[in-house]
Write a protein that binds this ligand. Structure first.
Ligand SMILES: [Zn+2]
Length: 345
């Protein structure tokens, strides 16, 4: 049995995988991790999946993908964004101690592995645009781990608000990383800056979407109203939740100068990321994954057109496509483990 797991700070997906491009996931179990506070809790949830799948150390291999910094040899996640579980996160190592054959890899590297294998080429360039931004690469069956979201963005002057886009990473001193412009969190932070600069009011359509979502999810501290945005003690609870989802839902309903400016800054940053990938990894097809690809026509179609236009003088752009496979990180992790332990399905 081939099992994949994709761990993130908000959710985890465990699944039984077959190496078929049309339907790679046989069955899966998804659960929230955002309220988990201990390794024991996460391990128990993981073992629950294994029991449901009928998996035992002698009948399966497990491939795990995770965002963040990873120690592949010790099977530990050293740092993961958005989790309350204290590091190192060690469920992979614990499974190995129970006798399971386990691999652990960076989520984008695993996605590149999965897409490369399902496409049947052994080559893939995969870029995710989600809360963050990163690239995974597979060349002739070998995977490269990268952190392309944290390269310096040359068009940082596009940012026209008082609050500068500072990245949390320990990278270069200016910290004007491409991720600070191209990612879902960047969309939220630009809108936040526009609000703090007084350019949008609490009754803005973006806040209407966000506050409704927060109340629907019964978030701590709620229910929330637009008036809370005028209360310095409650304001940040709402502003901290801003992300691409509320910004672009608002844009679609009623675009205005502020949301269009955010969209156009992101279009340019995404186009830059695409051209950068071609310059680094050559002219091979680029597959895009991540929650922001939901706004494909609004954001990615114009960004790809822009990249074609601007990139043609140096190196013409290859095709850029939205990932056709479900859960590529999960599937890729399982296929990576299959390779590593040299097992058939
Ligand atoms: Zn950075």
């Amino acid at each position: 049995m081939l099992i994949g797991m994709d761990f993130g700070g908000t959710k985890k997906v465990d699944g039984v995988i077959v190496a078929s491009a049309t339907q790679p996931i046989l069955k899966s179990r998804r659960y929230k991790t955002k309220n988990m506070t201990s390794n024991a809790e996460l391990l128990e949830a993981t073992c629950q999946s294994l029991r449901e799948f009928g998996a035992a150390p002698d009948n399966c291999v497990i491939g795990i993908s995770a965002a963040g910094a990873i120690d592949r040899d010790k099977l530990c996640i050293l740092h993961s964004p958005n989790t309350k579980i204290p590091p190192p996160i060690d469920f992979a190592a614990q499974l190995q101690r129970k006798g399971y054959r386990v691999t652990l890899g960076n989520d984008l590297a695993m996605a590149a592995c999965g897409i490369g294998k399902l496409d049947g080429h052994g080559n893939a360039v995969v870029i995710t645009f989600s809360s963050g931004m990163n690239t995974g690469v597979m060349v002739n069956g070998h995977i490269l781990e990268t952190e392309t979201g944290h390269t310096e963005y040359p068009y940082a002057t596009d940012w026209r608000w008082k609050t500068p886009p500072v990245c949390n990473c320990p990278g270069h001193p200016t910290k004007k990383c491409v991720e600070s412009f191209a990612s879902g969190n960047a969309a939220g932070r630009m809108f936040r800056a526009a609000f703090l600069d007084g350019q949008v009011k609490p009754d803005h359509v973006v806040f209407q979407f966000l506050i409704k979502k927060m109340n629907d999810e019964q978030m701590d501290g709620g229910p929330f109203t637009a008036d809370d945005l005028l209360n310095p003690n409650r304001r940040d609870m709402i502003l901290d939740q801003l992300a691409s989802e509320s910004v672009y839902n608002g844009y679609v309903q009623k675009p205005d100068e502020v949301t269009e400016r955010i969209r156009s800054i992101q279009e340019r940053a995404i186009a830059h990321a695409l051209k950068d990938a071609v310059l680094h990894y050559g002219r091979q097809k680029i597959t895009l994954i991540g929650g922001m690809t939901h706004w494909w026509d609004l954001l990615f179609v114009p960004a790809i057109e822009r990249a074609h236009r601007e990139g043609s003088n140096i190196l013409p752009m290859p095709p850029v496509v939205k990932c056709p496979y479900p859960d590529p990180c999960l599937v890729g992790a399982a296929l990576y483990a299959q390779d590593k332990f040299n097992v058939s399905r």
